[in-house]
Write a protein that binds this ligand. Structure first.
Ligand SMILES: [Zn+2]
Length: 151
C-alpha cells in the first residue's frame, strides 16, 4: 500500500491509499478519484513542498479535516516568515534611524522643509498625523511594528 498526498484543481489537499503506484495512475486516468472537499475529478499528486511541514498528520482516512489542518499550518508558517521579515526590517530601522517617539510628524516636517539635516527617523504617528503628512507630500512608510516579547 502507498499513501499519496493528492490535490484537486482548486488546490484542496487530501490523502489516499493505493495498492501500488499503477493503481493510482489507473484510477486517476478513469476519473475514479474525486476531491472530498469539492468533488472535482481533476486530481493529481501533490508536490511534497516544504510548506506542508512535517507536522501534518498522515492519517490514512481522506477527509476534509486534512485540508483544514494543512491550510492552518501554511498560514502559521507564512505569518512566522512575515514576522521574521518585519523584525529584520525593524532591526535595520532601529540601527540606522533616530527614534523620535511621538514627534514623528514634527520631525518629518523639519526634514522635509530643510530645517534640519536630512536623516532617517522613526517613531509613532497618529492617523491624523499621517493624513496631514500625506497631504503635504511628505514621504514616509508605515510598517506594522512587532513588539519584542519582553518589552
Ligand atoms: Zn477540491
Amino acid at each position: 500500500m502507498i499513501l499519496y498526498q493528492l490535490q484537486c484543481e482548486l488546490d484542496h489537499q487530501f490523502e489516499a491509499w493505493f495498492k501500488d503506484s499503477q493503481a493510482f495512475d489507473k484510477q486517476a486516468k478513469r476519473n475514479l478519484l474525486s476531491c472530498p472537499s469539492c468533488g472535482s475529478e481533476k486530481i493529481s499528486k501533490a508536490l511534497m513542498a516544504p510548506r506542508i511541514g512535517k507536522s501534518v498528520s498522515t492519517r490514512p482516512v481522506p477527509s476534509s479535516k486534512n485540508t483544514t489542518s494543512t491550510l492552518d499550518i501554511k498560514t502559521t508558517q507564512e505569518a512566522t516568515e512575515l514576522k521574521k521579515k518585519l523584525q529584520e526590517l525593524q532591526k535595520h530601522i532601529t540601527e540606522k534611524c533616530d527614534y523620535v517617539g511621538n514627534n514623528f510628524a514634527e520631525e518629518a516636517r523639519k526634514i522635509h522643509y530643510g530645517e534640519v539635516t536630512p536623516h532617517g527617523i522613526y517613531g509613532e504617528a497618529t492617523s491624523e498625523d499621517t493624513k496631514e503628512l500625506v497631504e503635504e507630500g511628505i514621504e514616509f512608510n508605515s510598517i506594522p511594528w512587532v513588539r519584542k516579547e519582553n518589552a
